[in-house]
Design a protein around this ligand. Structure first.
Ligand code: GLY
Length: 359
């Protein structure tokens, strides 16, 4: 078992990583009324793993499920969960266990952040993406038709569980989607981790337990350090948005047909083209990052053509907009990001999109 701590004054919390890490839940929910430990679960994950989760809790918990997929990150779905919490008479001393991938963490965290103005929550991450990114750092949100994650709150969990047993059933495609965030975190912050990813590609794809534990722990360390330095994204934390300005716009324009990590991979490749076009980033580094993403099983071209003008429009309806202008994170090198780049022109975005256009 490995434990990484997210250090936030007065609210530090552990991320427990390893096979059987769910056994740490008892300590996290200790001193709470067992009837007030509530599970909000992805329906597919619940079908596979709810019994194992419940066995790690002091009592059989009340459970509400939601359909797998990004569409459940909606106000309508949150309202249904609120109705369940009301029926169950969930009180301020309760704790929500958000069981599933990134959608569970974002939706469950959003519900926990707003129910009775905020109750405790613990994400039990069952996807790689949730383990290394979405569950760590307290960003919670739902989507609205205008864009992704536009309605949400910062709400730190009291702990995070990454039980490698639950990751075994993850599809290859969902696993690769999580690898995109691993590549991102290495690319912005940790050249050694980037080289480690390149060197351990085969073992990572085979999900060898030791390598998987190290992959997740090292990524959580990167994320924890950034969040500890800047919980509310007033500065440094924005580097985690590398690949996400175009990635979110692509995700929105493809109507969530691709996984989040797949869109982030395409976003990183396209944003690297902007950096290359400016003479900031060497062509060989652009190719190195693209090669690693490809090796992880991620797309390097769009599944269908997108109108660059529409992508630009989506970039403008995003949390990363300031003064109506989308902000980008561009790389100078692996481990050397520049955040707050606000002067990217429409022509540069159009050229970047043509670099990931299909055939
Ligand atoms: N996923 C980006 C962040 O947590 O800030």
């Amino acid at each position: 078992m490995r434990t990484v701590t997210v250090e936030i004054p007065g609210r530090s919390y552990p991320i427990h990583i390893g096979p059987g890490a769910r056994q740490q839940l008892r300590a996290l929910v200790a001193r709470r009324d067992p009837a007030q430990v509530v599970v909000i679960a992805d329906r597919n994950v619940a079908d596979l793993h709810l019994d194992a989760l419940a066995a790690a809790l002091p009592a059989v918990p009340p459970v509400v499920t939601f359909p797998a997929g990004e569409n459940s990150k909606s106000l309508a779905c949150a309202e249904r969960v609120f109705g369940f919490l009301a029926e169950q008479r969930v009180e301020r001393g309760a704790i929500v266990i958000a069981f599933g991938g990134g959608v569970a963490g974002d939706l469950g965290g959003f519900v926990a952040a707003t129910w009775l103005r905020g109750i405790a929550f613990v994400p039990v991450a069952t996807s790689l993406l949730a383990a290394v990114d979405a569950s760590v750092g307290g960003k919670t949100a739902v989507n609205i038709p205008a864009g992704k994650n536009l309605v949400g709150a910062f709400h730190q969990p009291v702990g995070v569980i990454v039980d490698l047993d639950f990751l075994e059933t993850l599809s290859g495609r969902d696993y690769a989607s999580g690898l995109a965030e691993c590549v991102k975190q290495a690319a912005i912050r940790d050249p050694d981790l980037f080289a480690w990813l390149e060197a351990h590609g085969e073992a990572i794809l085979k999900r060898e337990p030791d390598v998987l534990g190290e992959l997740i722990a090292r990524n959580c360390e990167v994320k924890a350090a950034v969040v500890s330095a800047d919980e509310r994204e007033m500065g440094l934390r924005a580097i985690l948005n590398y690949g996400h300005t175009l990635g979110h716009a692509i995700e929105h324009r493809l109507e969530y047909d691709l996984r989040h990590g797949e869109c982030v991979a395409l976003g990183m490749i396209a944003e690297n083209e902007i950096a290359r076009g400016r003479g900031m980033l060497a062509g060989e580094t652009v190719e190195r990052i693209r090669a690693l993403l490809r090796r992880c099983g991620l797309p390097t071209v769009l599944p269908r053509a997108l109108d660059p003008a529409e992508v630009i429009e989506s970039c403008r309806v995003d949390k990363k907009v300031q003064g109506g202008v989308p902000h980008f994170v561009l790389l100078r090198d692996v481990g050397d990001p520049v955040r707050g780049v606000a002067d990217v022109s429409e022509a540069e975005i159009a050229a970047a999109m043509s670099a990931i256009a299909p055939g």
